[in-house]
Write a protein that binds this ligand. Structure first.
Ligand code: ADP
Length: 404
């Protein structure tokens, strides 16, 4: 009875005794051993302090292909590709595990049959109570299928990017050729005339007219090239701005005047509504480009119908809407058209590289603003951008409008 009492010391933690604890500790160790020896999804092994394999489970056998008898006692560097062994990767991993307690890696490893598999490896340094290194625990998972799936996805992404690039190159070459062809024709006819009948060239201001028209084609080409340059600049960094005091109302009128003849030729009546002066800190060239892009799109996609440019402002923001009554945009395309190279119309019916709205959005966002479209197919579109009256450039986040 007395011996029993020695064995059944009450620990005060809910009636659990030391002997029960010893028993459950043994149970746990047995369970752990059983668990490790039943796991087939993970290679679980231990290494001695120098990296020789000390234990091996069925998961290790399944993933790496060695039976326990074949591999126990060998150095774990047999699993590494020769190029990794050459620079001492296995030893380096053990050093890292000792220093940090744990080391994790993903990379190629070698099976017994020489084939490679993509492994996720965790090595844990095992220290005893006195802090002495007793070896390492190593858990390896075979992520080959996951890696292959990732590679397939990456290949698919690359393939799509290549297709998009090829499509873009064909659209861009077509767009660049459009003004170039009439320019070439014009120049050769002028040359023929200059050689055969120079007087006719000077009569009625013909030479001046032809030069003005050739200048127009050159400007179109330069604009297309500028768009391409902008897009490549934007892909490297955010659009740089040079904000200065600017009257947006005056700028909107300027752009409308500049494109008045083109609008009239397309049968568009242009209406401009602005308050007298809407000053803010904006980059003049870029704001001009944004307004121009929206207006030229309205003329292109809203030919024969009126266009309204409407500017509103309060103390903090200016809001410009460019509204047409043209072909409109399908709801599914309304977000996508702001992405670069995206066009919602067929190449056959309308030219364009799908860059104007992308650049416009970048300009508006670089000013700390936003842009959106409301549109109904067949009824027309209204593009609205909102910009703060102080330019939000990184170096000048709270700039106020300086007095003139
Ligand atoms: P694009 O050079 O093709 O006009 P944008 O980036 O300016 O390039 O416009 C992208 C697409 O958005 C166009 O291809 C067209 O489908 C659509 N879009 C732009 N503006 C309008 C508009 N005012 N009305 C109808 N569709 C428009």
């Amino acid at each position: 009875m007395g011996d029993d009492h020695d064995d059944l010391l009450n620990t005060g933690d809910g009636g659990i005794t030391y002997s029960q604890r010893d028993h459950s500790k043994r149970d746990t160790e047995d369970q752990l051993r059983l668990f490790i020896s039943s796991v087939v999804d993970y290679a679980i092994l231990t290494l001695d302090e120098r990296g020789h394999i000390a234990s091996w489970n069925p998961g290790a056998e399944r993933i790496k292909g060695y039976l326990a008898d074949e591999i126990l006692g060998q150095h774990f560097s047999v699993f590494y590709p020769p190029e990794d062994v050459a620079w001492g990767k296995p030893a380096w991993e053990l050093e890292c595990a000792i220093r940090l307690g744990r080391f994790e890696d993903e990379g190629w490893r070698i099976r017994k049959d020489g084939s490679r598999f993509w492994a996720n490896v965790v090595i844990t340094a095992l220290f005893d109570e006195s802090g002495e290194l007793r070896g390492f625990g190593k858990v390896t998972r075979d992520f080959t299928q996951r890696k292959q799936a990732e590679e397939t996805r990456e290949l698919e992404r690359l393939r799509e990017a290549l297709l998009a690039r090829d499509e873009f190159l064909s659209v861009a070459s077509h767009e660049l050729k459009t003004p170039l062809t009439p320019l070439q024709l014009k120049l050769s006819s002028l040359r023929r005339l200059a050689e055969s009948n120079p007087e006719a060239l000077l009569a009625d201001g013909r030479l001046v007219r032809e030069l003005i028209s050739a200048g127009g084609q050159v400007r179109k080409l330069a604009d297309l090239i500028d768009d391409l340059l902008d897009v490549s600049r934007i892909s490297v960094s955010r659009l740089p701005l040079e904000p200065a005091r600017l009257d947006l109302a005056a700028l909107v009128h300027d752009v409308a005047t500049r494109y008045g003849a083109q609008a009239a030729a397309a049968g568009c009546h242009l209406d401009v509504e602005t308050p007298p002066g809407v000053e803010g800190m904006w980059d003049r060239r870029r704001m001009d480009q944004a307004v121009t892009n929206l207006l030229t799109n309205a003329i292109k996609y809203g030919a024969g119908k009126p266009i309204l440019l409407c500017l509103r402002a309060d103390d903090t923001v200016a809001v410009l809407t460019v509204k047409d009554e043209g072909i409109g945009i399908a709801p599914t395309q309304q977000q996508r058209i702001f992405e670069r190279f995206v066009r919602a119309v067929s190449e056959r019916n309308y030219g364009g590289m799908g860059l104007g709205l992308f650049i416009t959005q970048q300009i508006v966002e670089a000013h700390g603003g936003s842009i959106h479209v409301e549109s109904e197919p067949g009824k027309g579109s209204a593009f609205t951008f909102k910009v703060p009256r102080t330019a939000m450039t990184p170096g000048n986040p709270t700039a106020s409008i300086p007095h003139a």
